[in-house]
Design a protein around this ligand. Structure first.
Ligand code: HAM
Length: 418
């Protein structure tokens, strides 16, 4: 074999795409009911867009971006996430002038050069949703309710929602100072990356997967003891709205998320069925990002859901019924083959999934193929059936046969055949 997919990249195979399509369908209908519109930015952006929004010290920017340089020496990067692109588009096209509250969604691939493992790929897909332009706790709660509605609609259970508040940059700086002091005391227990981060960006130590660093942060001070009154009131109100929406959650003061742009509410929806990659969805508020990127000082909140992780969980839960043809028409003899070809295409135009034989095989071989495809029904038409105007309709599950008038074929399947 000369070529295979690149490490960390994968084919989504024909028997898997059904689940992806279902997710896409269900997702779109939920977005519609919450008033979200689709946006499709390009896959590549200027490198600086990501380094300035996600943060130089994050794993994503410091280690994981697919970056190339164009002929004029400009850095371009395959998007590792969607929020930065969305905010760039919001500013560039002044979307806020059309409507002060923009609710946007995006479905598509992202690229991160991480070490591949279960639930972690180098090309993966996200469903991303953002509300731009509203500072209030109701949009925080609404975006979380929307996330939960997506999981409910696809029938995924066994998830837990964790929330936290990171305060605003002012009140967070007091915490950052306290955390830095704490980390400096424990510096010898930290990995080399975190020894540096303890000074440059102490919150990022919370993301580190190294065991020693995990132990150190488990006893770190809680950010919730440091955030200001306004941020505390906001966080309490988000919790109240989740309670009245009947959404269970737990507060986790160590949930800082691996991107620098977050302010106030952060959240993650987790599973215990994917090993180390336990986050199926993550998000939060990023009130300063638009201004930081040269746009208006507008608040925003959003989330991204990892489609591969969701699909794996759905498959493990066994809730996927593979789609099957509505009808297989077995034509026997040259005359019947021509009629069958025509009928199959008429029925397809009426929206049915119809299969036929392509190689003039006998009845036994055709029935075998219909069975392998899982066809619900088989219509058998040979010379005798053409002469009498009545075909034999076989229900494959019930293993029962009836006669049916061939003139009624189209109306039968359009109205009650399925
Ligand atoms: P994130 O936590 O980096 O957040 O990614 C969101 C989700 O994408 C994760 O919970 C996970 O399900 C999936 N994901 C991330 N990396 C991989 C990977 N290598 N392989 C498979 N799945 C992965 C963000 O991307 C933020 N932009 C979310 C956000 C939107 N915050 C505000 N608005």
């Amino acid at each position: 074999m000369d070529f295979t997919t690149i490490k960390g990249f994968k084919d989504i195979l024909p028997w898997e795409t059904g689940t992806w399509q279902r997710l896409d369908r269900v997702g779109r209908s939920i977005f519609r009911s919450f008033g979200f519109q689709e946006i499709m930015p390009p896959l590549m952006e200027m490198t600086e867009l990501f380094s300035r929004s996600i943060g130089e010290d994050t794993d994503i920017v410091s280690k994981e971006m697919y970056t190339l340089t164009d002929s004029r020496g400009k850095g371009m990067t395959l998007r590792p996430e969607a929020t930065a692109s969305l905010v760039r588009a919001y500013i560039q096209h002044r979307l806020y002038e059309k409507n002060p509250i923009q609710k946007l969604f995006l479905i598509g691939p992202m690229f991160r050069h991480e070490r591949p493992q279960k639930g972690r790929f180098r090309q993966f897909h996200q469903i991303d949703a953002e509300i731009l332009g509203d500072p209030g706790p109701r949009s925080d709660a609404e975006i979380i309710v929307l996330a939960m509605a997506l999981f409910e609609a696809v029938g995924l259970t066994g998830l837990s929602l964790q929330i936290n508040s990171l305060g605003n940059p002012d009140c967070r700086s007091a915490f950052r100072e306290e955390l830095r002091k704490y980390l400096v005391q424990k510096i010898t227990f930290l990995c080399t990356d975190c020894q540096r981060r303890a000074d440059t960006n102490p919150l990022r130590v919370f993301d580190c997967k190294v065991e020693g660093c995990g132990e150190v942060v488990s006893n770190a001070p809680s950010i919730l003891d440091y955030i200001c009154e306004d941020c505390t009131t906001h966080f309490k109100s988000v919790q109240e709205y989740l309670q009245i929406s009947g959404i269970p959650f737990s507060v986790n003061h160590r949930l800082v998320r691996g991107l620098d742009y977050y302010t106030r509410t952060t959240f993650e929806i987790q599973t215990d069925r994917l090993g180390a990659q336990n986050a199926v969805l993550g998000g939060g508020r990023y009130d300063g990002l638009s201004k930081q990127l040269g746009g208006p000082d507008h608040p925003a909140i959003g989330f991204a859901l990892g489609i591969e992780r969701l699909v794996t969980l759905l498959d493990e839960q066994g809730s996927q019924a593979a789609p099957v043809p509505d009808l297989f028409i077995a034509g026997l003899g040259p005359e019947a083959e021509k009629k069958v070809f025509r009928w199959a295409n008429d029925l397809r135009r009426a929206g049915l999934w119809v299969e036929i034989d392509y190689s003039s095989k006998g009845l036994k071989a055709q029935l075998k193929r219909a069975d392998r495809l899982g066809a619900r029904k088989v219509l058998i038409v040979g010379d005798n059936e053409l002469a009498s105007g009545k075909g034999i309709l076989r229900d494959m599950a019930a293993k029962a046969q009836t006669e049916m008038a061939l003139d009624d074929l189209l109306s039968y399947f359009k109205n009650k055949g399925q």
